[in-house]
Structure formats: structure tokens, C-alpha cells
Design a protein around this ligand. Sequence first.
Ligand SMILES: Cc1ncc(C[n+]2csc(CCOP(=O)(O)OP(=O)(O)O)c2C)c(N)n1
Length: 180
Amino acid sequence: MLVLGKRIDYRLAMGGPRLFSPEAKFIQVDIHQQELGHNRPLALGICADVKATLLVALDELGKKNWKPLEWVGRARMLEKKWKDELAAIAASNSKNKLIHPASFFAALRDAMPVTPLYAWDGGDFIHWGRAMFPATRSGGWMRIGPLGTIGSALPNALAMQWRHPDQPVVMITGDGSLGF
Ligand SMILES: Cc1ncc(C[n+]2csc(CCOP(=O)(O)OP(=O)(O)O)c2C)c(N)n1
């Protein structure tokens, strides 16, 4: 498992068996030394900038002949199946009286004129949103923190707007979360 600039925290099940095989070997690259090996022992920890590390790694890997891996094809197939299921749920909603969260987020996503900067938090309904909205911009998709703390979308949105005054920032939060 190659972990690039991502904390092995609550959102990655602390590196535990809910997401990862106990036998999996972890290589982690992070510019913050204290993140290396946090929660999960590493086969290799690299304290460095991710981009610089990947450029060096690509240079090395380019010299070898790589065979396509079967599981990558299966992972892509499962991802497509999952996205098709989401699209079907979003589309099936029009006949119902209650708006399904998947339909709401599909409509919101399609209504955006440009890709804005997103700040998210929230409980159940937001999980549909993060399934429907891919993160496509570096630093443009912020959701909760390592401990899953709601109430973070508003300060994150303000910080994003302060940093990028010329760009639209969209905050998506829940009634429960805003109260925090
Ligand atoms: C600081 C903090 N307190 C409590 C929680 C536990 N928690 C997770 S979701 C949630 C409710 C969120 O409500 P809302 O945003 O309205 O979403 P809903 O689940 O109703 O869709 C709470 C209290 C948390 N994640 N962070």
C-alpha cells in the first residue's frame, strides 16, 4: 500500500482490517515526519515532498517492464459498477415525492457553471454528496478532519475564500453540522 501525503487516520480506518489486509505492507510518504507510521507500522517511511518523491520514483520505474495487474482491471470494473448504481439511484428519484440525496447532489453538481472550491462536512446525507462529487482540484475539496469533526466546513470555506478571493467557494453542510 502506497500512502501519499494522506494521514492514516479515522478516514482510512486507522490503517486497520476494515480497509486493509493485516499482511499488507505500507509505504508512506509525508512531509510531516510525525505522520509516518502513525497507527500502522510501515515497511518504509519517507519524509519528503510527495511530488518530488513521485518524480524520482517515476524515473526509476520507467526503466522496468511492467505487466498489467489483474486486480487493477477488477477494481476499475467495480468502480464503474458502483458509479452506474449511483447514477441509477439519482435518476430513479423523479417519480418519488421525497428527494433522494443522490438526486439532489447530482442536480447540484450539474448546476455548477465551473468547478468551485468545496468545503464539506455533515452526517448521513453528505456521504451521498461525496460519492457524487469527485475531487478534481488539488486543495479544492476539503471535508472534515482526521477525527471526523463536523463544524469544520464553515471555517474551511472562509479560509478557502480568503486564500482564493477570485474563485467561487461552495460550502455544503447539514443543519446538525452547522450547529457545531
Ligand atoms: C465535533 C463532532 N461532534 C459530534 C460528531 C458526531 N456526528 C457525526 S454526524 C452528526 C450529525 C450531523 O448532522 P447533519 O449534518 O444534519 O447530517 P445528517 O446526518 O442529519 O444527514 C454528529 C453529531 C462529530 N462527527 N463531530
